[in-house]
Design a protein around this ligand. Structure first.
Ligand SMILES: Cc1cc2nc3c(=O)[nH]c(=O)nc-3n(C[C@H](O)[C@H](O)[C@H](O)COP(=O)(O)OP(=O)(O)OC[C@H]3O[C@@H](n4cnc5c(N)ncnc54)[C@H](O)[C@@H]3O)c2cc1C
Length: 405
């Protein structure tokens, strides 16, 4: 089915929406993207970009630019907080024959979004409209219309297809009546950002996970505004605590001191609280409306999989849409997008992120011991360690998706 001249509409100018716009725009297709913010949001969410994702982002030097403005992190550590023991260390160098990127790149998602935006500007066929909120969606058999609230009031736009990349609260998903099945974790996650140098002071690498039956922690480094960079620590917050207590100076100092005792108070640059869900949309496609990224699936950040899998959605979807609109593939290809990416969301992203959280928060001493033994066994055997990394670096999920007809 050839393009009817209507643009592909995209709801959401987060990294996934922008990436869809870039991938379709470079194929010469007309694209119009709407985002309700004035510019990409700079809150401290995704940073970890896995090797399989870097492979996809290699084109036009994007992965290289992300490494330049971010940090290269080849090592991944698991610690046991109560004993202070380094349980296991995985070095992505083991993947040197599998990928050009045997490391993770820690690049804050707003930097990735800006790098994509810079590339988008080369394409006159792509319009990026910030300050525009989609308020209504009306799909028909031949097109999709959206009502958009922008600086000039409410206007209607018609597209050949609509990609809902408008995040976890997606209005596109809701207006299409697509259920978002799953659950919400009872505890929120707090992110505390500090310049305290956990590498120099404590020997932690740029990505360290801490198991603790009291309260687990993920600790990782981002480049921020340049050397020396900042460290982000992510902790669970018990539901009984009030938000005021949690976010107060005394509350954040107590949390840091309990986990990482220090004679000095911590300099806390940012404190952010997130409600975290495990949910997957019932379908990723309703006619001419497609869902991608957080609009289609949300999960806990433990494992750094949310945005990575959103990027994988974007590549899969844009390739199929471009071929359909260039009359090189049938519209049913989009059902395959749904089969491939929904399978990954359920069988990989949901399953793995839930497992990661359970691993870090386990309370039973016997299970905790078994978990440590298992991690050590995998880290100590190069064959098992490579297998572990092929899964966590997301090569396995991409390979599995490829095999789905
Ligand atoms: C603490 C934390 C740490 C994380 N760390 C990682 C990590 O290391 N690695 C990883 O892979 N993932 C991580 N994630 C997940 C990652 O942040 C998300 O998966 C990612 O933001 C999804 O991108 P997106 O473009 O789909 O959605 P978003 O980034 O949410 O973007 C959606 C955009 O749509 C806009 N929008 C919403 N409604 C409308 C509307 N009606 N009209 C127009 N625009 C609209 C929004 O304003 C927003 O700009 C983390 C998440 C958290 C909370």
């Amino acid at each position: 089915m050839k393009s009817d001249g209507n643009p592909v509409l995209i709801a959401g100018g987060g990294p996934v929406g922008l990436l869809c716009a870039w991938l379709l725009g470079r194929c010469g297709l007309p694209v119009r993207l709407f985002d309700n913010n004035a510019e990409p949001q700079a809150d401290p969410r995704a940073a970890t970009t896995h090797p399989a994702t870097l492979e996809l982002l290699a084109e036009d030097g994007l992965a290289a630019d992300m490494a330049r403005v971010g940090l290269v992190a080849p090592i991944f550590q698991f610690w046991d907080r109560p004993s202070g023991e380094l349980v296991a260390q995985f070095d992505h160098a083991l993947l040197k024959d599998d990928t050009r990127y045997p490391y993770v790149v820690q690049c804050e998602q707003f930097k990735t979004a800006r790098l994509i935006l810079d590339r988008l500007r080369k394409f006159p066929n792509v319009e990026v409209l910030y300050g525009h909120e989609i308020v209504d969606v009306s799909p028909t058999d031949r097109s999709v219309a959206v009502e958009v609230h922008g600086p000039g009031g409410v206007k209607s736009h018609t597209g050949s297809y609509l990609i809902g990349a408008d995040g976890g609260r997606s209005i596109v998903r809701k207006q299409c009546g697509i259920a978002f099945d799953g659950f919400t974790w009872p505890e929120q996650f707090i992110v505390l950002t500090t310049p305290y140098d956990f590498e120099a002071e404590r020997g932690y690498c740029y990505r360290s996970y801490f198991a603790d039956p009291g309260a687990w922690c993920n600790c990782f480094k981002v480049s921020a505004d340049g050397p020396p960079g900042l460290w982000r620590t992510v902790f669970p917050v018990i539901p009984e605590q009030s938000e005021n207590d949690i976010m107060s100076d005394a509350g954040v100092q107590a949390r840091m001191q309990k986990f990482f005792p220090s004679p000095q108070p911590y300099d806390i640059i940012h404190r952010n609280l997130y409600t975290t869900h495990q949910r997957v949309a019932q379908t990723f496609r309703r006619g001419r409306v497609l869902l991608a990224g957080d609009a289609a699936h949300v999960n806990s950040p433990i494992g750094g999989m949310g945005l990575n899998s959103g990027v994988h959605d974007a590549f899969n979807l844009a390739d199929k849409l471009a071929r359909i609109l260039h009359d090189e593939a049938d519209d049913e290809e989009l059902d395959r997008y749904e089969r491939q990416r929904r399978h990954v969301a359920v069988a990989h992203t949901q399953a793995q992120t839930i497992r990661n959280k359970r691993l870090l928060e386990e309370r039973d001493p016997a299970v905790r011991r078994r978990n440590r033994d298992e991690l050590r066994r995998q880290a100590d055997d190069p064959v098992l360690a490579r297998k572990f990394l092929l899964r966590t670096a997301l090569f396995e999920s991409l390979r599995e998706a490829d095999q789905i007809a």
